[in-house]
Design a binder for this molecule. Sequence first.
Ligand code: FCB
Length: 456
Amino acid sequence: MIFPDDFVWGAATASYQIEGAVKEDGRGQSIWDTFSHAPGNVFDGDTGDVACDHYHRYRDDVALMRSLGLQAYRFSIAWPRIQPDGRGPVNPPGLDFYSRLVDALLEAGITPYVTLYHWDLPQALEDTGGWTNRDVAYAFADYAEAVYGKLGDRVDHWTTLNEPWVAAFLGYGNGVHAPGHRRAGDAMRSAHHLLLGHGLAARRLRDLGAKSLMLVVNSAPVLTPAQVNDPSAVPSEADAEAVDRIHALLTRQFLDPALHGSYPAEVLDAASRNGGLDHIHPGDLEIINAPIDQIGINYYNPCVVSAGPGTPADAAWPGSEDILFGTADAPTTAMGWPIVPDGLSRLLVRLSQDYPQVGLMVTENGAAFDDVVENGHVHDHDRVAYLEGHLREVHRAISAGADLRGYLVWSLLDNFEWAEGYRRRFGIVHVDYGTLERVPKDSALWYRDVIGRNGL
Ligand code: FCB
């Protein structure tokens, strides 16, 4: 199974999950510092204070990437390192860190993929309402420009946002993530302002000369329980409506405005019943519909639903109170997430048909398992099987005509898994949180061979 010649192989991380050094070189506070330090939010009280200490060990981490043959590395910039208060003058040492990282990557022959926002909003902006405040979208574009000004001469691939659905609906809806608001209306509003920030930043970067722009979404095929194991199963009319509505809320809410300049009716309906539509100003959709080159897809598992009666309303899903969320009949990872590899090909084929004007990239895919270190090795056969199964589906989607340009495994390193803290290990490289020692797991060595052969 050989992949196209120019197919890009790599791995992804995010700033707050790996960097540590939260008080160094003028970094301001982020909403994840605040949230993780407040009791009860993160498993075991874990915080990103030290994380993988990547801020100090980035050179070794780049050397590790090189030894694995990675062609691309997707990382994010911590906004509070660049503008400690989210606005105003930039903090040169913060920009310098990423500049050194980019140089080290380029020297190692690894293409940097920069994400501007992977959830670590400056706390000072949260103090003004965070993403519920429209001004934050404009501040984001200024921040994007500042980063581009430093790195734009060496970085071609720019992503505005990572997973705006999660940022809005877990951050402002059900409160599982920072900043921990629990209001459906706040979530709908934040989702729109995130999109506005995307559009403003994408236009700004394009004007400045950015070569490739991407929006990364957490997407999933939405399936009825029967469709999980039988793609040809025909849902009832009521189930089909539930499936379409959840697809609209999860995926089309972001990709339709970004790529078609319009919101799905289901999203407008959910917003009008949760806080109203006043936050959508005339002209916003034109701004959001900025030309971009690729969409990044983060895929872990399908979304399984059927017509209600629903579970008690979860503020992460305004507009779906009458829908029943189920789970796929499949083995699960340590996160309890069902393993359904062909969900990925079904998703990629559909998105390539719905949004033919852009290319696709799998910007995250991977799994947490309860790894054990034995004599300095981690024999993570379950992760190898997960990755191999999903890569077969990536190949299948390409054969079916999807314009798929690359695959980035989540994650390079075990890291701070948000509300789950350090107990969930997604890395292909093991991190000992006592010594911070890195040990490539069997999956890393397997992945190196996949890259070397450009296939399975
Ligand atoms: C995604 C996030 C990423 C990581 C994985 C497991 O939602 O983008 O940071 O936590 O899930």
